[in-house]
Every structure is written in structure tokens, then in C-alpha cells.
Design a protein around this ligand. Structure first.
Ligand SMILES: CC(C)(COP(=O)(O)OP(=O)(O)OC[C@H]1O[C@@H](n2cnc3c(N)ncnc32)[C@H](O)[C@@H]1OP(=O)(O)O)[C@@H](O)C(=O)NCCC(=O)NCCS
Length: 393
């Protein structure tokens, strides 16, 4: 059986907002509603594609409980979409939205499906990180449980790879600066779906930009911030991704189907990998997955023009950049997170894997139209890195 090509037709997201019961701009929206907003936008922007034409919808969420319990199926039905279109939820921590995309691409490439939607969603206020979680007994015997929380893994990576607090703060500044510049120059307009929310005071607010981005940063203040994960540690709130809510979705199709419908496309899914690593340094996921892509495909590091690397923490992102040599050892970077990363844009866990592919496609098209390859990658709690390789057609 010959594999078919899978192309990206469109990708959208909501703004990423604070996951906070009072201050979050989506405090009155539930995760199915943010997800429905990105589906609606995909169909409005691509009128040649009808909901009933979609083979399957796959949604990633890191915590499939409460309002996110089988959200793939429930949100699709709740918002009036056809029952016969299959819809499901996948979950492998932060890479969930990327795993959804990989699964969708593989279904198209094998010929099992022609049109797929891959999405990611998370609201870390409505469904808090770790809610309803219990560890298997033998897991707790194998690992020291104090090493498992995400912030603790970031502290361990910072120590192991000798990432200084100053370098992390420099990366955070770069992340906010790039995200702010991309916002005010309108670069995110193509991907952010405006959605009505509430401001901090409870007034109506059309949410068109990411809530966490800081226009200015005070390096002197950052240097004095407490280290919440470890006494005298190095990782602070300023160098961590914040608690966030948001949704993102991609419309994917076989190249043949896209041509039949007369739809345009610039990039295709090329390759996707998952690689496990030690859960106590789970943040090294991007390093092991980038290396796996290079090894398995034979492409050269120099051929990768753009990298979207999820900044769960500056510590792990810097360690991964240095380990792989994919970019300069310190910010500002030439290829990595040119429009900012999760430290500034936020990180709604299961949403981010889909969000960084949406952004990667736009960054490639806008900033590096000559680049043949781009990589999107993120680490996952308990040591599950995932990455995809995108190729210009
Ligand atoms: C780091 C973390 C614990 C901070 O949470 P929090 O204590 O609720 O803190 P906030 O985000 O409200 O920020 C704490 C303080 O730092 C400040 N702050 C945050 N970033 C800042 C920056 N860049 N510069 C200056 N101040 C900053 C905030 O304004 C706040 O101060 P204030 O209370 O005086 O306003 C939380 O964001 C976290 O757990 N992040 C990681 C999430 C995670 O693990 N994701 C998965 C990754 S795999």
C-alpha cells in the first residue's frame, strides 16, 4: 500500500487566556465552548468543507475528566454537529493535541480517511492539572514522588544541564518580547478566532489576543522572584509557563481530496515521533524527539528552518536547544519560537500540541517562506516527548 500525502488546509485557535476563576477572560466559558468556537471558524473559513464531510474529529486533552471527559465526542454532539462523524479524545499529557494531529495524519496517509479535524483543548481552572489523579503503587516505588511534579522536573533539568537563572530569565524576556511584537503587528490575526469573554471586572470583552503576554518586563524584579518549586531553586513563575485555557484545531486532508475541492495548501505532514524519557527530567522530550526525527528521516539539522518548541519551562527548553544544537545556546534565537513561546503565550496543556503546529505553519509561511522543513515539539509529563516534521509541498 502506498502512503498518500496529508496536507494542512487551515489551523485556528482561540486566544490563550489565564485559567483563573476571576481574572481569566474565558472564566464563563467551558472547554467544549472554546472547542466549538474553533470548529465554527474552520467551517466558516473553508465553506467548501461541510461538517458531514469530515471523517473523524480527534481531540487531545491532558486531563480527560470533569468538563474534559471525552470532550472530543461530547463537544461535537453538544454543538449540533453530525452524529455519524466519529469523534474521540486522546490523552498523553501536554502532547495530547499533537498526538491527535499525528493520528489524524496517519489515518489520511493510509487512506482510512480523507478529511480530518485534529484539535487540542484545556482549561486549567475548570479542570486543574492533576485533578482526579492517583499514581499506581509500583510507580511510586520506582520513582521518588517528589521528583515527579512538573516544576520539580524543571529544577532538576536546570541543575543537570547547568542552566542558570539568568539565562532562563533572558529566555522569558525573549519569549514575551517576540509574542508582544507578533501581537501588535497583527501576525496572530490569521490564527486567533475572536471570542466573547469577560474582562477582570466582569465586563464583556472580545478576546482577540493572548492574556499572559507582558508588554514590559523588569529584569531586576524577575531576579528577586521566589522559586516556588524548590527552596533556593532557579525556576520562578516568570520562567514557567502559566496556568492557561484555550483551544486549537487543524483541518487536514489528503492532497487528492484538497485538489478535488480546489483548496490551496502550502505544507504537508511529513513525519511524527514519540520518544519516552526519564519522567524526572520529562522536559528533555523535545531533545530526544528532534534527535529521533533526524535519525529516522536522515534530514539535516540545517534543513530545519523553523522550530516551535513548547516552553513548559525556560530550563527545559534551553537544555533541549543546547543538547540538540538546533539553535544558538541562548536567546534571541534564529529558528526557535520566533513569535514567542508558552512562557508568554500560555500553555493550556493538551491544547498546546495543536497550537504550536498552527503557529508553526503561520511562522513558516510568514517569516521563512523558503524553509523546506519545520519542527513542532513538546515534552510531556511522565516522560513522553512528541514531535512532528512539517514539509513545504
Ligand atoms: C509557576 C506557578 C506555580 C506560578 O503560579 P502562581 O503562584 O499562581 O503565580 P502567578 O502566575 O499568578 O504569578 C506569581 C507572581 O509572579 C508574577 N510574575 C509572573 N511572571 C512574571 C514576570 N515575567 N515578571 C514579573 N512578575 C511576574 C505575577 O505577577 C505574580 O505576582 P503578583 O501576585 O504580585 O501579581 C504556575 O504558573 C505553574 O505551576 N506553572 C507551571 C505549570 C505547569 O507545570 N505546566 C505544565 C508544564 S509541563
Amino acid at each position: 500500500m502506498e502512503l498518500r500525502e496529508c496536507v494542512f488546509i487551515d489551523g485556528v485557535r482561540t486566544a490563550n487566556v489565564r485559567a483563573h476563576a476571576q481574572k481569566g477572560w474565558f472564566k464563563e466559558l467551558k472547554p467544549d465552548q472554546t472547542l466549538a468556537a474553533v470548529y465554527k471558524a474552520l467551517f466558516e473559513r473553508n465553506p467548501k468543507v461541510k461538517p458531514e464531510d469530515v471523517d473523524t474529529v480527534i481531540v487531545g486533552t491532558a486531563n480527560p475528566s470533569g468538563y474534559q471527559n471525552d470532550i472530543g465526542r461530547l463537544a461535537w454532539l453538544a454543538h449540533g454537529y453530525p452524529e455519524r462523524v466519529g469523534s474521540q479524545t486522546v490523552s498523553n499529557q501536554c502532547p495530547s493535541g499533537m498526538t491527535a494531529t499525528i493520528n489524524a495524519a496517519r489515518a489520511i496517509m493510509t487512506g482510512e480517511a480523507d478529511i480530518m479535524i485534529a484539535a487540542g483543548v484545556e482549561d486549567m481552572e475548570k479542570v486543574p492539572m492533576g485533578a482526579n489523579m492517583a499514581f499506581p503503587d509500583q510507580f511510586m516505588q520506582r520513582y521518588f514522588i517528589g521528583d515527579i511534579p512538573m516544576g520539580n522536573t524543571a529544577e532538576k533539568v536546570a541543575e543537570m544541564y547547568d542552566i542558570s537563572r539568568a539565562d532562563m530569565e533572558n529566555m522569558a524576556i525573549y519569549s514575551h518580547k517576540n509574542a508582544h511584537a507578533a501581537t501588535i503587528s497583527g501576525k496572530f490575526k490569521k490564527e486567533i478566532v475572536p471570542l466573547m469573554g469577560k474582562d477582570e471586572a466582569g465586563n464583556d470583552l472580545l478576546v482577540e489576543k493572548d492574556q499572559w503576554i507582558r508588554e514590559t518586563l523588569d529584569p531586576a524584579h524577575m531576579a528577586t522572584m521566589r522559586t516556588p518549586f524548590k527552596l533556593d531553586g532557579r525556576v520562578t513563575a516568570a520562567t514557567s509557563s502559566p496556568l492557561t485555557a484555550g483551544a486549537a484545531a487543524l483541518l487536514m486532508m489528503s492532497r487528492k481530496k484538497a485538489d478535488e475541492l480546489g483548496l490551496s495548501y502550502t505544507y504537508k505532514y511529513s513525519f511524527g515521533v514519540q520518544e519516552g524519557n526519564d519522567p524526572t527530567i520529562m522536559g528533555m522530550g523535545p531533545a530526544v524527539t528532534i534527535e529521533k526525527i533526524i535519525k529516522k528521516t536522515g534530514i539535516k539539522k540545517e534543513d530545519i528552518g523553523v522550530v516551535e518548541m513548547n516552553e513548559a519551562f525556560a530550563a527545559q527548553a534551553l537544555a533541549c536547544i543546547r543538547e540538540t544544537g538546533i539553535d544558538k545556546p541562548n536567546a534571541p534565537f534564529d529558528k526557535v519560537n520566533l513569535w514567542g513561546g508558552a512562557i508568554a503565550l500560555g500553555h493550556p496543556l493538551g491544547e498546546s500540541g495543536a497550537r504550536i503546529i498552527v503557529t508553526l505553519l503561520n511562522v513558516m509561511k510568514t517569516e521563512k517562506p523558503d524553509a523546506k522543513y519545520g519542527i513542532a515539539t513538546l515534552c510531556g509529563g511522565f516522560g513522553n516527548g512528541v514531535a512532528v516534521l512539517i514539509e513545504k509541498v
